[in-house]
Design a protein around this ligand. Structure first.
Ligand code: B16
Ligand code: MG
Length: 216
């Protein structure tokens, strides 16, 4: 049977976490809130709206819906300004090699991201053509660790959950894959992603034998 390989975007395919950080930090500082790299760890894989709530809780700030919406727009515009010059060079190491190998082996490739900016990023980095299905923040109503994003991706290519493999860099995303009974593969720090079935620091550590094992 053909399997579905579902990729998270931010932190797995591209290192956009640094841009999310800069944009959130700018907003936080404007609101008088200190926002460090450590704080940013807690926002990985988390939706835009929830991220703002976490930052406001950090600063013990109560805000109106109107202000929150204004800040969400401001943060996204700042984030988008970093994407203007984005190209293939921002793909994480060996992402293309893994995508190409899976394509050559006739496997399904899908995107399962919380980001509403996923499609322009795939276009700018020239990898749109690899994907048989794309489910992103515009398509789902429940954020990770709810498995909705991965369930929808597997459904779209017609693969059962047991035959889906998820590459994720966030704890919430690994939990979502596990809840869905999919094979979870953590990309990043093993001590953080210890709930994953397999763990690799990045794709350079995933060789052909490993991919063959996941395919069969
Ligand atoms: P946006 P992923 C997530 O993407 C990011 O990890 C998270 O930091 C971000 O807040 C979220 O997307 C929403 O992104 O503001 O672009 O809609 O890791 O699920 O690909
Ligand atoms: Mg991610």
């Amino acid at each position: 049977t053909k399997k579905a390989f579902i990729f998270d975007l931010d932190g797995v395919i591209v290192d956009t976490a640094k841009y999310h950080f800069l944009a959130w930090q700018k907003l936080a500082n404007q609101l008088g809130i200190e926002f460090t790299h450590e704080h940013n760890e807690g926002l990985k894989g988390v939706s835009r709206v929830r991220s703002l709530e976490i930052i406001l809780e950090l600063g013990k700030i109560q805000a109106s819906e109107e202000d929150k919406n204004k800040w969400l727009i401001q943060k996204n515009e700042e984030y988008l300004s970093y994407l203007v010059t984005m190209d293939e060079k921002e793909l994480l190491p060996d992402v293309i090699r893994v995508l190409q190998y899976l394509k050559d082996k006739n496997q399904f490739i899908a995107l399962g991201s919380a980001s509403k900016n996923a499609r322009p990023i795939l276009e700018k980095t020239n990898i749109m053509h690899f994907f048989d299905a794309i489910i992103d923040g515009n398509d789902v109503s429940n954020a990770k660790p709810d498995p909705e994003v991965f369930l929808r991706a597997a459904q779209l290519v017609g693969v059962t959950n047991e035959n889906a493999i998820v590459f994720e860099d966030s704890v919430a995303g690994i939990q979502a894959a596990n809840i869905a009974n999919m094979t979870s593969v953590g990309i990043g720090d093993q001590s953080v992603l210890h709930e994953a079935k397999y763990n690799f620091k990045d794709f350079t550590f995933i060789d052909e034998a490993t991919l063959d094992k996941l395919i069969h």
